[in-house]
Design a protein around this ligand. Structure first.
Ligand code: HEC
Length: 157
């Protein structure tokens, strides 16, 4: 009996804390959800410009095609950057992730040598290759903006 009595204040505190956190969640929930859906939206007006993708294609052929394939048939070591291979790796992630990985690791041996603009140009070409629509604005190289661009299968078609 002593045991049960001494446990009661702790239990009460636990229950109160539980209720409070639920109230808190309920009041934050809708706002958090709205923020999430806004931040993961596909751009309304396309992802990159045609001119940018064209620059990206030239840079890709110069810096990436050796390994990833001029026509996106990769060599034995490299990952596929088109179609199912690309989707498998990048669906649900943001262009910011893709940008970061590309800038930090590619091309191997010369990692970090791509400037932000060249990286965006090449990614514009990769997006075009994977069926993402072009539009009036360039794909930015600003991390915050790229975080709002989520790669999904549905945004492509
Ligand atoms: C010398 C060959 C080579 C060149 C050139 C090269 N890559 Fe890669 N790339 C690879 C290899 C190998 C991998 C797989 C690395 C791994 O899985 O760790 C890879 C992986 C990648 C990935 C996927 C990374 C991941 O974590 O899924 C991307 C994106 C990529 N490369 C983009 C590029 C771009 C863009 C260029 C041109 C700027 C480029 N690569 C140039 C060999 C190359």
């Amino acid at each position: 009996v002593t045991h049960a009595l001494s446990a009661r204040p702790a239990l009460t505190a636990l229950i109160v804390a539980g209720c409070l956190s639920q109230v808190l969640m309920a009041s934050l929930g809708p706002r958090a959800e709205r923020a999430a859906s806004r931040s993961s939206a596909a751009p309304d007006n396309g992802w990159y410009t045609a001119a940018q993708a064209e620059r990206g294609q030239a840079a890709y052929r110069d810096r990436c095609a050796n390994c990833h394939g001029r026509d996106f048939v990769p060599d034995d070591f490299s990952t596929g950057l088109k179609g199912a291979a690309f989707e498998w790796r990048w669906n649900g992630r943001t262009v910011a992730d893709l940008f970061e990985v590309t800038r930090r690791t590619m091309p191997p041996g010369e990692a970090g040598s791509l400037g932000p603009r060249a990286t965006s140009d090449i990614l514009a070409y990769l997006l075009q290759t994977n069926g993402y629509p072009e539009g009036p604005s360039e794909l930015p190289s600003d991390a915050e903006a790229l975080k709002a661009m989520k790669l999904t299968r549905t945004s492509k078609r």
